[in-house]
Ligand binder design. Structure first.
Ligand code: CO
Length: 169
């Protein structure tokens, strides 16, 4: 495993529509392992393959909030697709490892159903809500060349120290 470089705006890979994965071989396994290590090193709670300059539809998400009763979860999802968005939405403050020093408020569906494949090609179905649902929506936007700053209001510059304390994705 290796920590890969995280690309930042205005790198064009962040604006490309990432390609579906067809081969679940060694290259994909390496990519996922490296993405998990890169996310942890950042540190962050989610990462999309374009953020490590690989234009493929792969995301990783790792989150926990014991105080809020959210247990530790780690997902690697290949070709993820959100097949259901709740009508109910919520606002939350987001930051992004590829847009350093910037935060903003984004409206997201409160609950979603994600469909995709695990790292071995097994179909994967997940219903999730709250902060984890927000991370998935942010990461899947990355696969479509969309950044949170496209959707955010009250965008603010913050110091690197403050940004580092946030759950960045
Ligand atoms: Co991001």
């Amino acid at each position: 495993m290796a920590v890969r470089e995280i690309v930042v705006v205005p790198h064009p890979v962040l604006r490309a529509v990432a390609k579906p994965v067809k081969d679940f071989g060694l290259e994909l396994q390496r990519l996922i392992d490296d993405m998990i290590e890169t996310m942890r090193a950042a540190p962050g709670v989610g990462l999309a393959a374009p953020q490590v300059n690989v234009s493929k539809r792969v995301i990783v998400v790792e989150y926990e909030d014991p105080e809020a009763g959210i247990p530790h979860v780690l997902y690697a999802v290949v070709n993820p697709k959100i097949v259901r968005f709740s009508k109910e939405t919520e606002w939350g403050v987001e930051g992004c490892l590829s847009v350093p020093g910037v935060i903003g408020e984004v409206e997201r569906a409160s609950e979603i159903v994600v469909r995709g494949y695990d790292r071995h090609g097994k179909p994967f179905n997940l219903r999730t809500d709250g902060w984890v649902a927000r991370i998935f929506q942010h990461e899947i936007d990355h696969l479509n060349g969309v950044l949170f700053t496209d959707k955010a209001v009250n965008i603010q510059r913050v110091s690197p120290e403050l940004a580092a304390e946030m759950d960045r994705v």
